[in-house]
Design a protein around this ligand. Sequence first.
Ligand code: ATP
Ligand code: MG
Length: 263
Amino acid sequence: MAAHRIVFANEKGGSGKSTSAVHTAVALAARGARVATLDLDTRQRTLGRYLDNRAVLMKRDGLDLPMPIYATFDPAKDNDIRAQLDALAADADMLIVDTPGRDDDYVRAAISTADTLVTPINDSFVDLDLIGQVDSDSYKVKRPSFYAELVWDARKARAKTDGGTVDWVVLRNRLQHLEARNMKRVALALAELSKRVGFRVIPGLSERVIYRELFPKGLTLLDLAAIGQDAGLAHVAARGELRELIAGLQLPEATPARQPEAA
Ligand SMILES: Nc1ncnc2c1ncn2[C@@H]1O[C@H](COP(=O)(O)OP(=O)(O)OP(=O)(O)O)[C@@H](O)[C@H]1O
Ligand SMILES: [Mg+2]
């Protein structure tokens, strides 16, 4: 069976696509799934570089960490995005695609092949505005925005090609629990918008400095215990969030867990 395809996309830059994508990829690999990834961000290549760093660390320190197969899309060499996605999907259980913070034809093509489309947003009305305009007092939806229309078109394209559906999940990234009032307001607005536009909302990762520190070594939160750097309770809570995120994606059980994830 071909891989389940998870595409991380939001044309707003810096919303947490690459961070969520790499954590999802490693978490699924840690559960024993065969994970392949494609980085469509040819210029920044955050996901690709993250996994380069991981490969270097694994080799240098002789570590056996869960490692996805990874490739970078480069239209200057080969612009057949669908063929590349199909090739990667053929030998994987899960295919994870990271996209750049902009709109282009390749991103649209990737979205229209997604089984699960994940749009991370930072928890603010500024980010929400990209999906739809919501009255900040009454939370009434004024109208969906261009991004919701783009996803709508991609969903139509998917239905036409193979009759499949795209499960659109909006992930609330960088949640700051100190900002309880703002979180609640955004939640209410998102709830209204989700009914109109057709997406699900799931909680993502909290705002934590650790996410910015892990990149140079290519590590995720799940690896810290394995390298003897577990920092206790804060990481336990963070790993709990990651587990919730993966559960929220409601992915098909491609492979049974090879090993229980550390708490
Ligand atoms: N939960 C978090 N807590 C703290 N920092 C975070 C969190 N999520 C992401 N960041 C940081 O925010 C920045 C942007 O995140 P990331 O690169 O994942 O976003 P992106 O959507 O992929 O950006 P781009 O559109 O440029 O590709 C990075 O410096 C990252 O380390
Ligand atoms: Mg990115």
